[in-house]
Structures are given as structure tokens and as C-alpha cells.
Ligand binder design. Sequence first.
Ligand code: LMR
Length: 394
Amino acid sequence: MLENLKDQPADKILALMQAFRDDPRDDKIDLGVGVYRNAAGVTPVMRAVKAAEKRIWETQETKAYTGLAGDPAYARALGGMILGDAADWDRLAAVATPGGTGAIRQGLELIGMAAPGATVWVSAPTWPNHLSILRHLNMPMRDYHYFDDATREVDFDGMLADLAKVGRGDAVLLHGCCHNPTGANLTAEQWAQVADLLAEKGAMPFIDIAYQGFGDGLDADAAGVRLLAGRLPQMLIAASCSKNFGIYRERTGLLMALAEDAGQKALAQTNLAHLNRQNFSFPPDHGARLVQTILGDADLRADWMAELEDVRTGMLDLRRQLADELRQRSNSDRFDFLARHRGMFSRLGATPAQVEALRRDHGIYMVGDSRMNIAGLNAQTVPVLARAIVDVGV
Ligand code: LMR
């Protein structure tokens, strides 16, 4: 039977991770996979996570199953952090999932169950795994303009023109903040226009929020999703704790469905729990328990927020340093967008040949579409990167 299998295309980001590991050069620089690294190149366990782990180790008395939806207290805590005052628990169904990817997968399956044949609209470009999961599920998809290659800003006119073609009952996948891979984000006013358009079209927004706290701050990064939750009758939200809690390998995510009323919420909740049961049964608990412990304790929460803020401002500093360095070396302001972008990533706008030259001649690894992980830099490597970017002629 196994001989009938077809080879699968390698995931671009994961293949790059391997190529970097295999490169023997000491001065190589990894700007590939989206993992935060501090100035020493380490992805640290956050202080509050360590403290919560200790507390859980000391007090947890059972590892028996939680519920199919995970512990509801986790959903309340994380959902509250994401939605703030817009969290209406009379209308919100929620399940814990294995990571943000698990939430995306379950959300798309829910769309397929509720509206077979509905088209899912994705930004061009988007996280490659969005496309891969959609293809795997055999779901119809179309893309909408998002990024202007010339200005490296959001092509908002193009986006609105494409979203005007969205059909009633279609779903529109949006990045809540820190757009991956481009780094270009909607303004509050643009979010409001998108909300109006989706409401008019009768479309279902599906927000992927994987980097809350990495852009303009925890609340500011959730402004778009909160605005939509306040205006739209229904929406889906997939959240990840991998980055903002630094618990990548714990696989900690949440899928929320905002329903129109309590009856519809109950229906959504049953279906979400059913999907968990079919795909993996009970969701992982350890990461969820860490998040719930941190968010539920004033001291741990404050310490986690302070450390997250340091991470965020550190990335902003790196962005500014890189933009300054490139302004000097290129004698132009054409890289100033790097300081305007937010989150872990920026799409540099290099050609595939230039990306290859950066890897071959300079040992600098970025994704083939020239997405760079800003958090892979430090004060020493910023000038090295700037020199290399100008050297290969970007
Ligand atoms: C990324 O985009 O690099 C991260 O989300 C990690 C991944 O799983 O691709």
C-alpha cells in the first residue's frame, strides 16, 4: 500500500530550517523560520512561563483528560486577552487546539461543514501553510490583492476591489496583526472599511492572530479583530500562543466562533468539540494551563507583559537600525518601509536570484519570497545584513 504514496512537496520554511542547520559556516545568519531569538541568539523560556511551570508541577494532582474543548477557563482567559471588551461569551464558542495551525485547520473544516463549496479568500501573499491546508482539504480558494511590491505597503485599493467580488457565505481569511510574510498591516480605518464590506457581502471573516503583542502592543494588535467582533454577526478567530508566550513546542492554540445568539453558539460549540474528537480527541493541556495560570495571576501576568514588551521594542529597535543602516549604505530611503512594518517579518522585495546570492555568498538565510525574520538579527548582524543586501543589488 505504501508504494502508492506520492512524494509531498517540502514546506518552504521547514526546508530552509534544515538547509541552515546543514550549512557549516560559523557566521551564517538565520532569518528564516518565525521564531524569536534574543541578542544571544537564544529562544528563551519566558520568566512567567518558568514560574507557572513550577507552580503547576507543585500543585497539579492529575493528568486525567480535560474536556474535548480543553479547559473552558483557558478559553476565557485567552479569549478575553484577544477580544477585550468585545468578548461576548453569550455568543462565543471556543475550543483549545494544538497550536495556531490546529485552530486554522479546525476553522477551515468547520467552514467546510457549515458551507460546503464556500470559497475561502486569502491574502496574496499569505503564510504558505494556509494554502497548503486549503489544498489538502480540497477547499475552493481565491486570493485578494494585499501587498504592493513597489511601495511594500498594503495595496488597499486592490484589496477592496477584490473583496468586492466575495460571494455571500464565502469566508475571508485575514491576518489579525503582523502580517506574515509581508509585515505590512491595515490601519484602524482600513479595518473599519473591511468590516463594512464584509458585513455588506454577508461573508464570514476568519482572523488568524498568531503574533499579538509583537507589533504595536497587546491591545493595539487586537484592535482589528475587536472591531470586527463588534460589527459582524459571525466570525472565526484562530489564535496561537507559540510566539507571544514563547511556547512553540507546547502547541497551544484556540479557535473561537462568534455566533449570532446563544442557540447558534451552542451549535458551534458542539461542532467544534466534534471536530476535536475526530481529529485528535483531547487537545494538549500543558501549554494551555501555562497560559491560563499566567493570565489568571496578576503578578505573573504583569511580568509576562513586561517581558513581551521588551521583545516587541527590541524588534522595533532592530527595524530602525536596519532601516538607518540601509539608508546610509544605499544612499536612499527605499528601505524605510522596514521601520514602518510591524511584527516578526518583512518582505524585503529581493528577487529569487538575490535571495539565493544572499545565502550562497553571505550565509544569510531568508525565505525564497525574501521574507526576513527580523527577530533573527542582533546589533552585530544588522550591518552585515545591510552590506549584503546592497552588495547583491536589492
Ligand atoms: C513561520 O511562518 O515561520 C512560522 O509560523 C513557523 C511555521 O510553522 O511556519
